[in-house]
Ligand binder design. Structure first.
Ligand code: SF4
Length: 216
């Protein structure tokens, strides 16, 4: 991998329509220090190595995915790997692709230079912890009411952030793992306990606070 920046990745799916505007490549970064109660993805908390990928390989994967509107960075906590993510976003921003960023930190906490630079490369961001007592399935792209949807560039300046009830997708990846992403409601989860069981067994990868907000 040489001196090229490398990312520690929990998972990715090439195309999702429930993790931001349009269809998007979604990348879950490994490692999160915040440990929110009710986090759907505690398997992304650990900072040990999961899947390492160079920026070049990752950029190629994203750029080879036809018809997507952009990339969404989630986790885990993406800003912890901001220094490696910056060159990836700089490369993607040379194209028409848009960038959406999830972070469990709020705007004031994202004060270090690399985090600020990462934020500046995004078109929109969802910021703040997932707070179980604030959970709300009627928020577009957010899991709990305290989270801030920040419109950073002009690209989505006219987007209606309240126009859509939360929804979800089920993906089957090329390793045979099911990935549930989005915001399933309690009734659906109760009726489909299979997904919980798969997750408990470590067979279910997936997103974070805005993507998964259900009870544990
Ligand atoms: S909800 Fe997000 S910020 Fe909170 S512990 Fe999970 S991955 Fe980290």
């Amino acid at each position: 991998m040489g001196s090229e920046p490398v990312l520690n990745i929990a998972h990715w799916i090439p195309r999702s329509a429930v993790n931001g505007p349009g269809e998007r490549f979604v990348l879950w970064l490994q490692g999160c220090p915040l440990r929110c109660e009710g986090c759907w993805n505690p398997d992304t908390w650990d900072f040990t190595t999961r899947t390492l990928m160079t920026i070049g390989d990752l950029a190629d994967r994203v750029l080879q995915t036809k018809g997507i509107e952009g990339i969404t960075l989630t986790g885990g906590e993406p800003t912890i790997q901001a220094e490696a993510l910056i060159p990836l976003l700089e490369r993607l921003r040379e194209t028409e692709l848009s960038v959406m960023l999830y972070s469990g930190f709020n705007l004031e906490e994202l004060h270090w230079p690399a985090a600020r630079q990462l934020l500046a490369l995004a078109d929109l961001a969802v910021l703040g912890r997932f707070v179980l007592s604030e959970r709300d399935l009627n928020l577009r792209w957010r899991g709990s009411r305290n989270q801030q949807l920040l419109l950073i560039s002009e690209r989505y300046a006219n987007i209606d952030i309240n126009s859509e009830r939360s929804t979800f997708e089920i993906h089957l990846d090329n390793t045979g793992c099911t990935v549930l992403t989005g915001f399933p409601d309690d009734a659906w989860l109760e009726d489909n306990k299979f997904f919980y069981d798969q997750r408990e067994q470590g067979n279910l990868g997936g997103p974070k606070e805005a993507a998964f907000t259900s009870k544990k």
